[in-house]
Design a binder for this molecule. Structure first.
Ligand SMILES: Nc1ncnc2c1ncn2[C@@H]1O[C@H](COP(=O)(O)OP(=O)(O)O)[C@@H](O)[C@H]1O
Ligand SMILES: [Mg+2]
Length: 226
């Protein structure tokens, strides 16, 4: 289980995360909050992309400060802008690249790549350049490239922010069908209806932690009062 203990972080002199302590045990956890409230910084602490100035983030015995490499294998990360994660000449190679460090051998690698392409509806595009895909398909490719490595936890930082409604739905359906634990940072409050837990962030703190039916009104009221 991911656990944050007394996590604080600043950029220059600006506090962005303030003393956050959380156990992230539920299957589907949403995180909402205004722009600049610290969501992306928090997301990045979960797999060691950001090491907090104070406190610690652990996954079982591992600490992101000392075992970031191990943790990154267990905690997959998807960014808002999928284009940044598309680096190879073809869709299939993009899915494969994440597997290389696992050294699974040619057969198992190819079996996993084909299964991931089929599962995320990309098998018709295996030899196309990823940048020619639609926005939603790019996001599915980013997801496939991470999920093919079979992480225990998937952290998504606003995966639908740049997408239109149709593509948002496509990504949403895919996220809903995942077995992995999901920590979804989002502005799409509609996506959170069936989540187990939703955290509301404000100015670097978790100001609400509860079920979606209570978290979303808490957040909208917070914004109305500004
Ligand atoms: N690498 C960085 N260097 C300096 N300031 C940053 C950096 N990343 C984020 N910030 C600042 O930290 C604050 C929180 O940012 P962020 O975690 O991205 O929040 P959110 O995702 O909720 O919009 C913002 O004011 C942002 O400008
Ligand atoms: Mg952000």
């Amino acid at each position: 289980m991911l656990r944050l203990e007394g996590v604080s972080h600043s950029y220059d002199d600006r506090a962005v995360l303030r003393d956050i302590t959380l156990d992230l045990a539920e299957h589907r956890i949403g995180v909402i909050g205004a722009n600049g409230s610290g969501k992306s910084t928090l997301a990045r602490t979960l797999n060691g992309l950001v090491i907090p100035d104070e406190g610690r983030v652990t996954l079982g015995e591992w600490d992101t400060r000392r075992h970031a490499k191990h943790i990154r294998r267990r905690v997959g990360f998807v960014f808002s802008d999928a284009a940044n994660q598309i680096i190879m000449p073809t869709v299939a190679e993009d899915v494969e690249i994440g597997l290389r460090s696992l050294r699974l051998g040619r057969e198992e690698t190819s079996r996993r790549v084909e299964a991931a392409l089929a599962r995320y509806g990309l098998d018709g595009h295996r030899d196309h350049p990823g940048h020619l895909l639609s926005g939603g398909q790019k996001q599915l490719l980013a997801l496939a490239s991470v999920l093919v490595t079979e992480p225990d936890v998937l952290v998504c930082d606003e995966p639908t922010t740049l997408l239109d409604l149709r593509n948002t739905r496509m990504v949403h359906r895919t996220l809903s069908g995942l077995d992995q634990q999901l920590v979804l940072f989002t502005h799409d409050l509609d996506l959170l209806d069936d989540f187990d837990r939703v955290l509301v962030m404000d100015e670097g703190r978790v100001v609400f932690d509860g079920v979606p039916g209570d978290a979303v009104p808490h957040y909208t009221k917070l914004m109305d009062d500004r």
